[in-house]
Ligand binder design. Structure first.
Ligand SMILES: NC(=O)c1ccc[n+]([C@@H]2O[C@H](COP(=O)([O-])OP(=O)(O)OC[C@H]3O[C@@H](n4cnc5c(N)ncnc54)[C@H](OP(=O)(O)O)[C@@H]3O)[C@@H](O)[C@H]2O)c1
Length: 305
C-alpha cells in the first residue's frame, strides 16, 4: 500500500484508511474480525472511528474483535466533540472524558490520533490546548487532528497548540469536491467558484496538514453512492471505461482520482465488504493521467472556465 508521511515525519499512514462508521451494522463479530484482518493484510492498517459511530457500538465491537497482540501494528483514530442532538462541545473536560470513553470501548490504553469532529463555535483554543497536553503527557493520545474545519479555525487552534494539528478530515469525492471547485473556478460567475471552504486545499498543502477524504463514494451525506447512480450517467460511463483500462473496479478509479492529487489526500473508505475493499486497494497500483483526472472531473458535471 502507498503511504503518506505526516508533517512531523513521525507517522507514516496508508493512503487508504478504513472508516468504521458502519461497522456496528455488521453486528457479527466474526465478520468484523475478518474485516479488520483482511484490511490489514492489504496494508490498510488505519482505522477511523468516532465516539458517536453506532452510538459507541462501532468502537465497542472493534475493541472486542481486535487481537490485542496486533495493537502496535495498527493505527487507531477516533473523534470527539459531538453530543448528538445537544451541542458541539470542545471543552477541556468533555474532551478528556470522551477519550476515557473511547479508550474503554476500544479496549486499548492509547489512541494514535484524536480528532475534534465538527467545529464548536464556542471553542476556547487554550482549553483545547490544555486537554491535548494532558492527553499527550499521559500517553493516552499520540497525535491530533480536526475534522470539517476551515483554515481560520485550524489557525486559531494552532496559535494555542503550535504544530499539533496534523490532519483535517473533510467530505471529499468526485461528486463532492468543493475545495477543488472553488480554486478552479476562482473569480468567475460559476457557482462552483463560491468559496465556502476558506481555501482549505492550499492552506493544507502550505502547512503540510494531511487532508483525509470521508465518504469517497457518496454524492450527499445520506443520499447514496454516485457509483452506479443514474444521477451520474456520464461519470459512471467514464469510470467504467478507466476501470476496464486499468483492470480494476469503478470504486478503485474513484479512489485513484483522489490519490492523483498532489496534496496527498488520505482516503477513508467506509465499506464493510471485504471483496470491495480488496478491489479498492488496487487504486494504489496505478496512476491516472492528468487528462483522465480532468475528464472525470468534467464528467462529474463540473465546469472548467
Ligand atoms: N468526519 C466526518 O464528519 C465524517 C462523516 C462521515 C463519515 N466519516 C468517516 O468516513 C468513513 C467513510 O464514509 P462512508 O462510509 O460514507 O464512505 P463511502 O466509502 O463513500 O461509503 C461506504 C458505503 O457505500 C457503499 N458502497 C460503496 N461502493 C458501492 C458500490 N459500488 N455499490 C453499492 N454500494 C457501495 C458501501 O457498501 P458496502 O459496505 O456493501 O461496501 C457502504 O455502505 C466513515 O466510515 C467514517 O469513518 C467521517
Amino acid at each position: 500500500m502507498k503511504t503518506i508521511r505526516t508533517k512531523n515525519n513521525n507517522l507514516e499512514i496508508p493512503a487508504i484508511g478504513l472508516g468504521c462508521m458502519r461497522m456496528a451494522e455488521l453486528k457479527d463479530k466474526i465478520k468484523i474480525r475478518t474485516l479488520i484482518e483482511k484490511a490489514c493484510e492489504l496494508g490498510i492498517n488505519f482505522f477511523d472511528h468516532a465516539d458517536i459511530y453506532g452510538a459507541g457500538e462501532s468502537e465497542r465491537m472493534f475493541g472486542d474483535c481486535l487481537d490485542p497482540r496486533t495493537r502496535e501494528t495498527i493505527i487507531i483514530q477516533t473523534k470527539c466533540g459531538i453530543r448528538p442532538g445537544i451541542c458541539y462541545d470542545f471543552s477541556r473536560d468533555y474532551i478528556l472524558s470522551s477519550v476515557e470513553g473511547s479508550l474503554k470501548r476500544l479496549k486499548t490504553d492509547y489512541i494514535d490520533i484524536l480528532m475534534l469532529h465538527r467545529p464548536d463555535t464556542l471553542m476556547e483554543p487554550e482549553e483545547i490546548a490544555e486537554a491535548f497536553e494532558i492527553l499527550e503527557k499521559s500517553g493516552k493520545v499520540k497525535y491530533f487532528g480536526v475534522s470539517n474545519m476551515n483554515p481560520g479555525q485550524i489557525a486559531l487552534l494552532e496559535q494555542a497548540a503550535p504544530g499539533k494539528i496534523l490532519f483535517d478530515q473533510i467530505q471529499f469525492s468526485l461528486a463532492h469536491c468543493k475545495i477543488i471547485d472553488s480554486g478552479i473556478n476562482f473569480n468567475t460567475n460559476n457557482n462552483e467558484g463560491i468559496n465556502c471552504d476558506g481555501g482549505l486545499l492550499e492552506y493544507a498543502r502550505w502547512n503540510k496538514i494531511t487532508l483525509q477524504a470521508w465518504s469517497p463514494f457518496q454524492y450527499g451525506m445520506f443520499e447514496g453512492t454516485f457509483i452506479g447512480s443514474e444521477k451520474y450517467p456520464e461519470l459512471n460511463l467514464l469510470l467504467e471505461e478507466y476501470a476496464k483500462k486499468y483492470k480494476v473496479t469503478s470504486n478503485a478509479v474513484a479512489v485513484a482520482w483522489i490519490m492523483r492529487h498532489p496534496a496527498n489526500i488520505q482516503t477513508i473508505v467506509g465499506s464493510t465488504n471485504v471483496e470491495r475493499i480488496k478491489d479498492i486497494s488496487k487504486a494504489a497500483q496505478f496512476k491516472l493521467s492528468r487528462e483522465e483526472w480532468y475528464a472525470l472531473y468534467l464528467a462529474a458535471g463540473k465546469p472548467l472556465p
